[in-house]
Design a protein around this ligand. Sequence first.
Ligand code: ZN
Length: 309
Amino acid sequence: MKLFHDKRLFIIGVCVISVIGFVQCNDIDEPESDTIAAGEFKIADMIQVSAGDIPLIISAPHGGTLTPNEIPDRNCPGITTVRDMNTTELADEIKYQMKQDYGVEPYIVSALIHRKKIDLNRDVDLATCGHTLGKEVWQEYHKKIGEAIQSAVAEYEGAIFIDLHGHGHEIQRLELGYLLNNEELRASYEGMGSTEELVEESSLKNLISLKPNIVFQELLTGEKAFGTIMEEEGIPSVPSLQDPFPYPQEAYFTGGYNTRRYSSDDYPEVFGWQIEANYNGVRDSDENRSAFAEAFSKAIMVQLEEYVF
Ligand SMILES: [Zn+2]
């Protein structure tokens, strides 16, 4: 595969509401892309897949840099093209740390193709703007996630799916997207409204169906919640015991296409959430990616022990 580096100016990204009503992430930078020469394009080169041995599947759809000429830059309405810098590296570091600390490995599916070509966290039409070859890459990405889930649930009763992203919001904290918005997270925390409806809307509904005795709010802000443990390990996170919901004026990503798809009725053994990682202190250096991965490993192992193993 022949690569040409195309250094680009740093730009400031913004966060917008998409046409389908779900928030989507834009990152803070756009450092480079790697062009692939005509005739050297292979679908398999656009995706990085790593097999695991525990029921944890991590998808990193927006970190790719490859810009094959065979697939034109997307230009249909409603698209976002900015990549989530260092999220492929973050997923790789998680894999390394889990092996180091616990002797286990998650399944990882990462995009190597740039988001300007395909958005692997959108439905196929918006993801590819209708391009035939783009659709084939999109199908391959989701096929690999499907295979990882199938392999995980063949051995265990359930599986956790994490969609890993990077945000450019002002507040430097992880935004954990359970498909509930600012108001719904607050209502849930304060015991307002129907818990059944919030559960049904959330990306944890399959877990609650499998294990009805679990208290839903404990999964979001309990002492053993993922966000709570990340906070204890020095990584600010919302929702968590320490930061239970984002305030109405605060930018917050609720979770996108992949989180919805892989926590739906089509995957009844699977539950999970989107992680939108801030840049400063998490994605910005080898040292911080390593510290994040160590905290992630500890927090996710508690979830696996509590709810899956
Ligand atoms: Zn993203």
